[in-house]
Design a protein around this ligand. Structure first.
Ligand code: NAD
Length: 337
């Protein structure tokens, strides 16, 4: 190995070790040790080095993995359909490059429709309904295996325990984000401060810490909310669902499942950029915390054609917002497992 290659390999190893440790603190302990912007910078550097040096690729690299691992204090749930992450775009050019990659792969030059969704900053959760009744809820975990948090999710006020109407599949998995609205987060931290309890670094950590409690009575006291953003398993598989992701979300809404009110559709990369700008301007006034927006190819058949890479679908991307507070003071967070 040349001197330069050796240096590259050393830097890759260093970044992998650092990112693995950040992941552990963030996903397993719910106690991040660096700001998200720093994490994202190091991850981007690692991905660029791995791309330039495919000889150093590894399936064990943090760039190839989803989230953290499920805590053994909870019963484990294996996801029938893996719960993946999302690729990131940090500027206009990378969003337009995402659109171009998709069109090239589809060998098309049309203007595609995209579902445009705020990227809620909380925790991905899978909620399973059988015969219209909530029977199980789980965290994403490492994407394959999550934690059984059914009792805790049942305490979230806007999660339906039964689906409305009758026209739902026998078994249906609803996926979405559990988050803590800004006002609830403020009140919770004020109360924690007054009672001498630990305060949370941000609404995301407050949501994660509140949801991953062994005692659901604690979760019940926390101001959590849920918004759905996709479907997982549907049985029987021939159950008729709309051909557009956005229409499927409307179907979920018709069953009484809550959706983020700021979801819409747009045409092409340019339409997506306009949505990004619109939500960025609204960001401070929104009642919930977001760290960007998500764009998904709306046509389900095209999604299936595009498929997935190791940790994310090819048909979706998260366009991140500039960090609000790069050097947030990270406060010790409550963690009671
Ligand atoms: P991600 O948060 O970038 O994207 C995937 C997640 O987005 C999904 O799992 C889901 O929970 C969420 N999401 C919100 N709205 C959605 C929508 N409308 N549709 C689909 N998904 C939606 O990926 P990730 O793998 O969960 O986390 C990576 C990010 O977490 C990093 O970019 C970094 O900002 C942060 N992180 C920070 C640290 C740290 O130490 N500070 C450590 C690890 C991760």
């Amino acid at each position: 190995m040349s001197e330069t290659d050796l240096q590259v390999k050393q830097r890759i190893d260093e970044l992998r070790a650092r990112l693995a440790e950040y992941n552990y603190q963030y996903y397993v302990k719910d106690a991040p040790t660096v700001p998200d912007a720093e994490y994202d910078r190091e991850m981007q550097e690692l991905m660029a080095l791995e791309q330039a040096h495919p000889e150093f690729q590894s399936v064990n690299s943090p760039s190839q993995k989803v989230g953290g691992q499920a805590l053994t204090a909870f019963e484990q749930v294996t996801h029938d359909v893996p719960m993946l992450s999302l690729d990131n775009a940090f500027d206009e050019a990378s969003l337009l490059a995402f659109e171009k990659r998709i069109l090239d792969r589809l060998k098309q030059s049309v203007t595609l429709a995209f579902s445009c969704e705020p990227k809620l900053d909380g925790l991905a959760v899978s909620i399973l309904y059988e015969d219209g009744q909530l029977v199980r809820a789980a965290t994403r975990g490492d994407g394959q295996v999550g934690e059984n948090i059914t009792a805790n999710v049942r305490t979230i006020a806007n999660v339906p325990l039964s689906l409305r109407g009758k026209n739902w599949p026998q078994r249906v998995e609803v996926r979405g984000e559990v988050f803590m609205p800004k006002n609830g987060f403020k009140t919770l931290n004020e109360n924690q401060r007054k009672s001498g309890g630990k305060v949370f670094a941000n609404p995301r950590n407050a949501a994660a810490g509140s949801l991953r409690q062994l005692d659901s009575k604690i979760t019940a006291k926390r101001p959590l909310m849920f918004y759905a953003y996709s479907l997982g398993v549907v049985t029987p598989s021939e159950f008729e669902l709309p051909e557009q992701h956005s229409e499927r979300l409307n179907t979920l809404a018709s069953w009484g499942v809550p959706l983020c009110p700021d979801i819409t559709t747009a045409q092409g990369g340019k339409g997506c950029l306009a949505y990004y700008q619109h939500i960025l301007e609204k960001r401070d006034a929104l009642p919930y915390d977001i760290d960007g927006v998500v764009f998904k190819v709306d046509d389900i058949q095209l999604q299936n054609t595009l498929g997935f890479v190791a940790r994310a679908p090819r048909w979706a991307i998260a366009q991140k917002f500039p960090a609000q507070e790069e050097v947030t003071q990270l406060i010790d967070v409550e963690f009671q497992v």
